[in-house]
Design a protein. Structure first.
Length: 346
């Protein structure tokens, strides 16, 4: 077994220290439209041309482009006329606004909203509560009231969540065979990307998005095509209002927003509404049982601390919550991707 001196720990610490810088380079290139411009033109461009087209300084843009090359987000070709930059395939797929798998909206949400809360991470750790009051001057007692503090912020959040499901939705919906369930409620379904993936994967299903009235209004007007007759809406607050009967309830990234008491309260309501033989599908990022990882899930749990009242959990913890509500025959499926699936049957 090697000693500590065998590993370059100082360099590792410096790499961790630069993580903030790495993400801000990508965020800034997205915000300024670098990847969109290079996709639209379809040819390699010089830093001077990109700076002129995007109305930035030439020195600043050159450094940003070179940093993007270092991050494998761009490629560069050196010619006698100078350096010319192109998108990588990854950037074309995930960082341009027009791509079906674009992550632009979630990136912008992180850059403009999430990072503001993370600035107060030390305060969140000291106090054990979210940091909306410090970040935005808004009460921390209502996390979603803070997230939805304006229609603009609501649109950003919903578009960001939709972009996540554009690349993760099919994995979690295909983790179990959901074809026997035709009457489905997507609780907190937001912009409806997961519902659209569901009716695409299971054409005989009908999905009702249950969410707050203002969320439903935005989803109808901005995200769900009017001609999509397999998706309907139900306005309400599932903590305070009744939950209609259905065969399957989907709670995607819902329970991680709340403490155990609120999770038990919600799951008990779902169990009572659920048809016999029906079930509930939890879509969450699962921690290892000893909570040693995955790193992404550990970081998500820190994000829950600064933004919500909840946390990420292990499969055993979710199973315990489901059992307390009455659900049995609980199945766990790790997808190997960012989000996993837990199915409980009534």
């Amino acid at each position: 077994m090697g000693s500590m001196e065998d590993f370059d720990y100082p360099r590792l610490i410096l790499q961790y220290n630069s993580g903030f810088l790495v993400s801000k380079v990508m965020f800034t290139a997205c915000e300024l439209g670098v990847f969109d411009l290079l996709l639209e033109t379809g040819e390699a461009l010089s830093s001077d041309t990109i700076a002129a087209r995007l109305s930035t300084s030439t020195t600043g843009m050159e450094r940003l482009l070179d940093a993007c090359v270092g991050l494998k987000l761009l490629t560069v070709e050196l010619t006698q006329e100078g350096a010319f930059y192109r998108n990588t395939e990854m950037s074309n797929i995930y960082l341009t606004k027009s791509s079906p798998k674009s992550q632009y909206h979630i990136i912008m949400y992180y850059s403009n909203s999430v990072y503001s809360c993370w600035h107060y991470l030390a305060d969140a750790v000291r106090e054990g509560r979210n940091q909306y009051e410090r970040a935005f001057g808004i009460s921390s007692n209502d996390p979603f009231g803070a997230m939805y503090r304006s229609e603009e912020e609501m649109l950003k959040f919903m578009a960001g969540q939709n972009s996540v499901w554009s690349i993760c939705g099919r994995d979690v919906l295909a983790a179990f065979d959901l074809s026997p369930f035709t009457q489905i409620y997507d609780l907190g379904g937001g912009g409806g990307a997961l519902a659209q993936e569901c009716v695409s994967l299971y054409p005989n299903s009908r999905v009702t998005i249950y969410d707050l009235p203002k969320v439903v209004q935005v989803a109808k007007s901005h995200f769900i095509p009017r001609e999509e007759c397999r998706i309907t809406f139900h306005s309400g607050d599932f903590f305070n209002d009744s939950i209609p009967e259905a065969e399957l309830y989907i709670l995607s990234k819902i329970l991680h927003d709340w403490d155990d008491d609120k999770c038990r309260q919600l799951l008990a309501k779902v169990y009572n509404a659920c048809k016999p033989g029906g079930g509930v599908l939890l879509v969450e990022s699962l921690l290892n049982e000893d909570k040693s990882g995955p790193l992404e899930t550990q970081l998500y749990s820190m994000n829950m601390l600064v933004q919500t009242e909840g946390k990420e959990r292990t499969s055993a913890e979710y199973s315990k919550l489901l059992e307390a509500a009455g659900f049995g025959e609980i199945h766990i499926k790790r997808t190997g991707k960012l989000y996993d699936a837990v199915l409980g049957r009534k």
